[in-house]
Design a protein around this ligand. Structure first.
Ligand code: ADP
Ligand code: MG
Length: 475
């Protein structure tokens, strides 16, 4: 009896079927067709590139075992990717990927044109029943580069953004990750890039979405059993902007699906722009493979703006709103509100409102009252030095002892508590906390935070420490 591609593949399928979940078998193996057998290489045809990535990611081991059983140690697997037919184009687009060189293939930039653009797609932004193939970008035109003022604090991120919008997908800033604290302009800059791209390349499909909404759509798609439509939809985007990716932490299903969408877009030269309130090294509960993708491109930080930048942001805002305000008032506000541009703008708006409602003149007195309210409402941030001092006092040791290299249990605990509170009460990164508390690395701080969490739920005495210190440190 002669061996054919079909007979070899059937034997493989029998083996695989016995070893994986029936649903997975149905989804990932039934659609495959055996095409050809030459020498010791079996060619199989898969329906899409995504399919191929998924097989490589999840089933490459079992495929290898199955095929080696059939064809011996020199067995090879060749994927042929079949793209969907589209109107006017009866020729299927096929692509050959030799499996002898798999790892190289994965990173290689294979340009598979997206030809299923006209297939009916379930667009998660559109109310079911209404067919809408055009993808709305969800961008806010008020957030653009013209009104995103430049300063030392944002120069790198801003110019990286401009470079990306000049050549989306064509720079090494892919993904571009913009990170920084609350109210420092991440969302504004992310929109500005998208708006500028839409301006320069109207034919490109740009989509802005918050990580939270993305997660919700994903969950809905799983519920409605159209996860594949969800994935296909996102694979059509040329420029994908995802805001606040820290929201994905701990959500492994969403991370998994995003990983595959990301790979698809990246491999096809599409641009991905992400924002986060933390640097990649400080992101918790985000899978390593995703973090490593985030680091492929450029991570650019938005820092707190200096005084001059704060003044020019305020002046620009007043100018656009057509409001006049004396310089000394603007400077007073800029001097006292430092760490958040949203609050800076909030104070000025509140000042204008107060003066017009109460028919009061805008003067320094009024500015003081308004600023005071803002400063009071924003909790004062305690310093890491202060935390170390309070914790050492509480355990009756000095700060040097707390920072020392000793492994004595009560000292280790004090140090871990200091790290825990530094993480909880300051905006410092894990790395920066570690370097300030006895020159430890970020992993040590992370471990300390977890240990404190664990101990305070299992150890009564320890919980008391945490409660006492929380009181002492509250401002
Ligand atoms: P984040 O997303 O980092 O929390 P946002 O992008 O929402 O911050 O910005 C908060 C506010 O500050 C917005 O109104 C935004 O327009 C404004 N803003 C931030 N950075 C700048 C800047 N460089 N120039 C002008 N306005 C800015
Ligand atoms: Mg934001």
């Amino acid at each position: 009896m002669s061996i054919t591609a079909q007979s070899v593949w059937n034997n493989c399928l029998n083996f695989i079927k016995d070893n994986i979940q029936p649903q997975a078998y149905k989804t990932w193996f039934e659609p495959i067709m055996a095409v050809k057998l030459t020498d010791n290489a079996l060619s199989i045809q898969v329906p899409s590139k995504f399919f191929y990535e998924w097989l490589e990611e999840h089933y490459v081991k079992i495929l290898k075992v199955a095929l080696t059983k059939e064809l011996g140690e020199t067995a090879k697997l060749v994927y042929i990717i079949k793209m969907e037919n589209t109107y006017g184009n009866k020729q299927p687009f096929t692509e050959r990927i030799p499996s002898s060189n798999r790892s190289a293939v994965k990173s290689q930039d294979v340009d598979v044109p997206l030809k299923n653009r006209d297939r009916e797609l379930r667009n998660p932004f559109v109310i079911p029943g209404i067919r809408n193939v055009k993808i709305e970008s969800q961008l806010n035109p008020n957030y653009n580069f013209d009104n995103f003022l430049e300063g030392d604090s944002n120069r790198l991120a801003r110019s990286a953004g401009l470079a990306v919008s000049a050549k989306p997908g064509g720079t090494s800033f892919n993904p571009l990750l913009i990170f920084g604290g609350v109210g420092l302009g991440k969302t504004h800059l992310a929109h500005a890039i998208g708006v500028d791209i839409k301006d320069k390349y109207p034919e490109k499909t740009v989509l802005y979405i918050s990580a939270e909404k993305f997660t919700q759509q994903y969950i809905d798609s799983v519920k409605k059993n159209n996860r594949n439509d969800f994935i296909h939809f996102y694979q059509l985007i040329d420029v994908l902007v995802i805001d606040d990716v820290q929201f994905l932490s701990g959500k492994s299903g969403t991370q998994d699906v995003f990983f595959h969408i990301f790979n698809h877009l990246h491999q096809n030269g599409k641009q991905v722009i992400l924002t986060s309130d933390k640097a990649p090294v400080d992101m918790q509960d985000i899978e390593q493979r995703l973090l490593s993708r985030f680091k492929w491109g450029l991570s650019a930080e938005l820092q707190t703006p200096d005084f001059e930048t704060r003044v020019s942001i305020l002046k620009n805002k007043l100018y656009r709103d057509g409001v006049e305000m004396p310089d000394d008032i603007i400077e007073y506000v800029a001097k006292h509100i430092k760490s958040n541009i949203r609050e800076l703008e909030g104070a000025i708006i509140s000042l204008i409102a107060q003066s017009s409602f109460n028919k009061k003149e805008i003067n320094i007195e009024l500015a003081k009252q308004v600023v005071e309210k803002f400063v009071k409402n924003t909790k004062r941030e305690v310093s890491i030095d202060y935390i170390q001092k309070v914790v050492s006092d509480y355990f009756q040791m000095d700060v040097d002892t707390l920072q020392s290299k000793t492994r004595k249990r009560h000292i280790v605990q004090a140090r871990q508590l200091a790290m825990f509170f530094a993480k909880k009460l300051t905006k410092a990164s894990l790395a920066s906390i570690g370097s300030q508390i006895g020159k430890r690395d970020h992993a040590t701080v992370l471990h300390a935070c977890k240990t404190v969490d664990n101990l305070s739920s299992t150890d009564k005495q320890f919980r008391k420490y945490v409660e006492d210190l929380t009181k002492k440190l509250s401002v």
